[in-house]
Design a protein. Structure first.
Length: 132
């Protein structure tokens, strides 16, 4: 078991859905597009999770990684595409179990919102801001 994970069978209080990040909440960085480092809050019934998302556009695709700093796990993006400010990508988690993650999101200035689909586990919202 990893720190912060509930024990199998342990009752977990339902997550409080995080409020959407408001574009005017932070000073605008002036950056556009999806490239960069993002501080993401992934909202799941077992609780919210803070992640770091590193993105780089390559031709019309996307590369990078999802980092869970609490667990010390980095998950590489294996495929994806970008069209304007909308992107979709897939990552494969191998620890603590193997499963695919599909992400669909939209960048609006310094705000990134969308959904994460966990294979066999459902679809959940995320929101985040560009790191400065």
């Amino acid at each position: 078991m990893k720190p912060g994970q509930p024990v199998l069978g342990e009752r977990v209080a339902p997550a409080v859905v995080a409020e959407a990040v408001v574009a005017g909440a932070l000073p605008f960085s002036g950056e556009t597009g999806v490239d960069g480092t993002w501080h993401i809050t992934f909202t799941h019934p077992a609780g919210s999770k803070e992640l770091v998302l590193n993105l780089e556009t390559v031709a019309d695709g996307v590369a990078g990684s999802i980092v869970d700093t609490q667990l010390g796990v980095t998950v590489p993006i294996v495929s994806g595409n970008v069209a304007d400010h909308r992107l979709e990508f897939t990552a494969v988690v191998t620890d603590p179990a193997r499963f695919d993650i599909g992400v669909v999101g939209t960048v609006d200035g310094d705000v990134f919102t969308g959904s994460v689909t966990i294979s066999g586990g459902g679809t959940f919202p995320f929101s985040g801001v560009r790191a400065r």
